[in-house]
Design a protein around this ligand. Structure first.
Ligand code: DON
Length: 612
């Protein structure tokens, strides 16, 4: 890996609150004005490729693949596989996710490799004798584990959109090397291993304990982690592709591990456990990406069974009709008159924040009611994005908060920290935006000892009983009820924005449970409406509203005056959570001069690496 370190990289990090600390400054660069008619060279390709991911070693692996002639799909696959080794909290073979491929020219394509429910599972397994949901069953027992989708998803991305200038084995090679040689535990992994809930889960699983807490103490920063079983699994996968995961030694190890874990945990699954047949019948799904428009920008994102794209497009469409520009225009006027501009005035005013919160509230109400796996329920995507419904939503927003808002009705009748996003752009102008997850940190905590990877607890994303929130406080309805073979509803929001002529201007995504949607949304708004640089937009503090609970959560760093106005003038109920970080946005912006701004959110330990 030493040679990778010599890659030119850019650490696009910043302190999280310097904008506020700077106080009054004239002509603050975050408020730079752009000529709205300057579209740059429409057909030009970017000057560099770039990879942004949540671990420096993984981002460097991705750029090495670009340098070897691989395209964005190749680099995304190799980066994700490297994350499967160096980022065991979320990077995964035992989980699932979504990938969005947007070519320089042509149609966007999206891949759903979300986990599915084993055929033997039913909601009754999650209930106690009184019919109440037993919280931990969907989080730290085999009942949380969906059939993994990542190994098939990554192989499919390579097969369908890879450049073919590199073999699949070449894409696996850096991850295999990392697993063979080991890597130094970074501060983020060390911290996550000590988080109470993760620690409890990992300690309860003998294989996870042996690997991640040898001697009973979690690994510390600087310790070398060598996962030999994972190296062997990756070697089999490199040789045999997805089939080498879903049948044979790896699949057998997954089934055996789950049976053993169930026996240890008191036999709650019994003979209804995940089977070899569940694994061999797993299929990824190619889905039509959702496409919308916001102020002339084309926004491409993930459709169901993720709710991310739909909620993002709904909120942007609702906000499109509000005069958000008033804030920005005032800043511009002040700048023209050389009146000093407070850095904090470059972003949202209290009134814009109020509109944003109310738009989020409405989108999450629709999410709870109507969204689920489109292979099982009819998700009314078109109706939820119909101009008439969006206009109804917009005019229902008054100057006061409206916690009682309901979902769309047909005329007839909670954050953990471990998902990971990577954004890739190649010099030919192709992009991959991909989010993968085990769900909560280290997933179920159940480690497949003979194969070296952790299994997800994605089935907690189902609505296990009406009105009962999942670990993210999200409630759902019939549309997201657990059924055999079904995929749980997700919030993952891999997104790409294009301009006139199809030129890609932004590749973006984030982890963060439901805060994925609102994090991606706020960075997009800050870049497109408030003309903040990508770095400033990502560093700016975030808010989050998801319908239930009714209050809105705020990161630290918001101006006190804005929070006061939201409460006093708009009746918003607020919770400021200075100790919590919302999401971790990984994004690449292509500027009009074809240069890139690539930024890995300083809220976590990732890195942006730009090709020379
Ligand atoms: O698919 C979902 O929406 C969740 N399983 C994602 C979980 C997540 O983002 C956790 N944190 N960073």
């Amino acid at each position: 890996m030493k040679s990778l370190l010599s890659e030119r990289f850019r650490l696009a990090r910043r302190l999280s609150q310097p904008v506020l600390l700077l106080g009054l400054i004239g002509l603050h660069p975050a408020c730079r004005a752009a000529d709205p008619f300057d579209q740059g060279d429409l057909l030009a390709t970017p000057l560099h490729g770039a990879v942004v991911a949540e671990h420096p070693l993984a981002a460097q692996v991705g750029v090495t693949i670009l340098n070897m002639g691989g395209n964005a799909a190749d680099a995304a696959v190799a980066t994700a596989l490297a994350l499967a080794v160096v980022y065991p909290q979320a990077g995964n073979l035992g989980g699932g996710g979504f990938a969005l491929w947007v070519p320089h020219e042509g149609e966007p394509w999206s891949l759903d490799f979300r986990e599915t429910t084993p055929a033997g599972y039913g909601t009754e397994l999650y209930l106690n004798v009184d019919g109440e949901v037993v919280g931990d069953r969907s989080l730290s027992t085999p009942l949380g584990v969906g059939v993994p989708g990542s190994p098939q998803g990554l192989f499919e991305l390579y097969k369908v959109h890879g450049s073919r200038s590199l073999t699949f084995a070449a894409l696996c090679a850096p991850a295999i090397a990392l697993a063979h040689d080991g890597f130094a535990v970074d501060a983020w992994l060390a911290r996550d291993l000590r988080r109470a809930s993760a620690k409890r889960r990992l300690m309860a699983d003998p294989a996870a304990r042996n690997l991640l807490s040898p001697g009973g103490e979690p690994l510390s920063e600087g310790d070398i982690l060598v996962p030999p079983a994972l190296a062997r699994t990756l070697e089999r996968y490199a040789r045999g592709g997805q089939a080498a995961f879903y049948s044979g030694a790896t699949a057998d190890a997954v089934v055996r591990t789950l049976i053993e874990a169930d026996m240890r945990l008191g036999n709650i699954v019994g003979d209804r456990h995940m089977t070899a047949e569940d694994l061999s019948s797993y299929r990824v799904q190619v889905r039509k990406p959702l496409v919308g428009w916001f102020r002339g920008h084309q926004v491409i994102s993930m459709g169901p069974p993720s709710s991310g794209g739909l909620a993002l497009l709904q909120v942007l469409a609702i906000l499109d009709g509000f005069p958000l520009d008033d804030d920005r225009n005032k800043v511009r006027r002040d700048q023209e008159l050389s009146i000093p501009v407070a850095a904090e005035d470059c972003g949202l005013s209290a009134r814009s924040a109020h509109w944003l919160i109310e738009a989020m509230r409405r989108a999450f109400a629709d999410r709870a009611q109507h969204l689920g796996d489109p292979d099982f329920v009819d998700v009314p995507v078109d109706r939820l994005l119909a101009p008439g419904w969006i206009a109804d939503r917009r005019i229902s927003i008054s100057e006061r908060s409206d916690p009682g808002v309901q979902a769309w009705q047909d005329a007839a009748p909670k954050e953990s920290f471990q998902t990971t996003h990577l954004s890739v752009l190649d010099k030919a102008g192709n992009a991959v935006s991909m989010t993968t997850t085990l769900n909560t940190t280290f997933g179920s905590g159940i480690l497949v000892a003979d194969a070296g990877f952790l299994l997800n607890n994605e089935l907690d994303d189902f609505s296990l009983a009406p009105g009962v929130p999942n670990t993210y406080g999200l409630i759902g309805a019939e549309a997201n009820r657990l059924l055999p073979g079904k995929r749980p509803l997700s919030s993952m929001t891999p997104t790409v924005i294009r301009e006139g002529g199809g030129r890609i201007s932004l590749v973006i995504g984030s982890p963060g449970g439901p805060r994925i949607i609102t994090s991606v949304m706020q960075v997009i708004l800050r870049v497109l409406v408030y003309e903040q640089s990508l770095e400033d937009a990502i560093a700016s503090p975030r808010l989050h509203q998801q319908w239930k609970p009714e209050w809105t959560r705020f990161e630290g760093g918001w101006p006190a005056s804005l929070l006061e106005t939201l409460e006093s003038q708009h009746g918003q109920e607020l919770r400021v959570e200075p100790e919590v970080k919302f999401g971790s946005v990984q994004a690449i912006q292509v500027l009009n001069n074809r240069e890139l701004e690539a930024v890995s959110d300083s809220r976590r330990g990732g890195r942006a690496v730009v090709q020379p």
